[in-house]
Design a protein around this ligand. Structure first.
Ligand SMILES: C[S@@+](CC[C@H](N)C(=O)[O-])C[C@H]1O[C@@H](n2cnc3c(N)ncnc32)[C@H](O)[C@@H]1O
Length: 463
């Protein structure tokens, strides 16, 4: 869950896997990017020659902006280098892979680039669409169709007269876009919606992705922190909003053209043929939709217990692409996600209590929850529910992994008021309780967001 401003401060003693991850993350990021296509046998056996290693290193330290990984940003996406480092460094990882918390599809795309079969799951339909688009195949005809489509969208953005087009019911939408930018986005979106009725699915997905890139690029939002924020002066109702630069419609039009150009350049190389499936499903009940005792390895980053709301982060895309209709629906979706606290999710937490038979957390964690409850009952319930949900997830993960299968989880600890919640320790115990063996926790890095916050790699093997 790295954010760009967080610093890497690794402890002196590191396991080989953590060291490999570190060395990958330290590499020079300005190297040219290659299309990563290692053979499956090398990826599994970890037996690359020096030449191959340097190619893989170049690839993954390379300029990620020129790969499909950069198609759409999500602040809590984890590092591609970290996943690629694990795929390269861990000799005991067998396919097929599973990522039960897909997010932007980092694991799925990295596995595909390494020619490894991978399935993925998310509870958010927008993210399933995004990840599916990122690992899609795009023919020349589809790329050409998208290029024609973007020309129409650009013309629509600049067509000043005519009826006002639909804009999504985003709360205080004026904080996001000035009036001229919003009008241009609305017109190009109306054109996009028309185009997607008649064009191929591949072209439609590229056009939607271009639109998503532009709506953020032309917005007043900032993504420099752990979550999205607004430009100074636009945070509170009644404050003056930053003035809109002249030529907003032309800016939208030119951004659309540039976005599609980038997408076409990164979509054209194609990806190795692998078996890859995406499931809109609940990670607490994986065995309802996924094959039982099937997966060889899991690489994932679950939600952290940090009150980050994915729906909140993703709402501009989700509203414009009509995955969200209103705030009520946004709160309902967030409540279904592990760790969701937005809108109705917060009020639901106030009346939530664990079901009988909920997993025991132990005296130390109970004492920490009691200390948090002294300041906020809702936050204490939030953390308890997070652990309940993760316990259900880890139990169901055990059922879809085959015996001997490995699970690698990247997770951060949390802090509420002055109480540190050792999330990694609780999850490690939950793995043991679910019948995993060899459970190990390594510190990957210090997160600079708050003192005492670290990111860990939990590894465990299904008995
Ligand atoms: C930390 S993010 C994963 C980020 C991902 N590794 C990436 O690089 O983009 C956690 C993801 O878990 C998903 N999620 C939350 N609760 C879930 C559940 N019950 N079942 C499946 N997915 C869930 C969220 O929608 C979010 O996409």
């Amino acid at each position: 869950m790295g954010t760009p401003q967080e610093t890497d401060l690794l402890p002196a003693s590191l396991s080989p896997s953590a060291r490999a991850v570190r060395s990958l993350s330290e590499m020079n990021q300005s190297s040219p990017a290659l299309t990563p296509q290692r053979s499956r046998s090398n990826a599994r056996a970890g037996t690359e020659s020096a030449g191959q290693t340097s190619r893989a290193e170049l690839t993954f330290r390379g300029n990620l902006a020129s790969t499909r990984h950069a198609w759409l940003r999500l602040t809590p996406a984890y590092s591609v280098r970290l996943v690629s480092g694990l795929l390269t460094a861990q000799s005991a990882l067998d396919p097929p892979f599973l990522d039960p918390f897909c997010g932007t599809g980092t694991t799925l795309l990295a596995c595909t680039e390494h020619a490894l079969d991978c399935d993925t799951v998310d509870i958010n339909p927008f993210l399933i669409w995004l990840a599916r688009s990122k690992v899609g195949s795009y023919s020349r005809a589809q790329l050409a169709e998208a290029q024609q489509g973007i020309s129409r969208m650009r013309r629509s953005a600049q067509r000043e007269q005519g009826r006002a087009a639909w804009a999504p019911p985003i709360h205080r939408i004026e904080r996001w876009w000035g009036p001229a930018t919003l009008a241009a986005l609305s017109r190009s979106n109306a054109c996009l919606e028309q185009l997607t009725q008649s064009c191929s699915r591949g072209a439609a997905n590229l056009l939607r992705l271009a639109f998503c890139q532009v709506l953020i690029e032309r917005s007043r939002a900032h993504f420099g922190h752990q979550s999205m924020s607004f430009a100074p002066g636009s945070a509170n109702a009644g404050e003056d909003l930053a003035p809109e630069p002249p030529g907003a419609a032309a800016d939208v039009a030119s951004s659309l053209g540039q976005a599609l150009e980038r997408l076409v350049a990164t979509a054209s190389p194609g990806l190795p043929a692998t078996r890859r499936r995406l499931f809109l499903a609940d990670a607490r009940r994986l065995d309802e939709k996924l094959p039982v005792a099937h997966y060889g390895s899991v690489i994932t980053s679950p939600p952290y217990a940090n009150r980050m709301s994915y729906i909140r982060e993703l709402r501009p895309y989700m509203y414009w692409l009509r995955y969200l209709e209103d705030r009520t629906r946004a709160g309902i979706l967030d409540w279904r996600a592990i760790g969701g606290t937005w809108g109705v999710a917060t009020s639901n937490l106030s009346s939530w209590s664990p079901e009988p038979g909920a997993p025991l957390l132990g005296a130390d964690i109970e004492a920490r929850l009691a200390a948090i409850a002294e300041r906020s009952l809702v936050l204490s319930s939030y953390v308890r529910k997070y652990f309940n949900d993760m316990s259900a997830h880890i139990g169901s993960l055990g059922r879809v992994l085959r015996p001997g299968g490995r699970a690698l989880f990247v997770v951060g600890n949390s802090k509420f008021y002055d109480v540190v919640v050792p999330v990694e320790q609780v999850l490690a115990r939950q793995f043991e309780a679910a019948g995993f063996s060899g459970v190990n926790v390594e510190t990957l890095r210090k997160r600079s967001s708050k003192k005492e916050l670290y990111e860990f790699l939990i590894s465990a093997r299904r008995r």
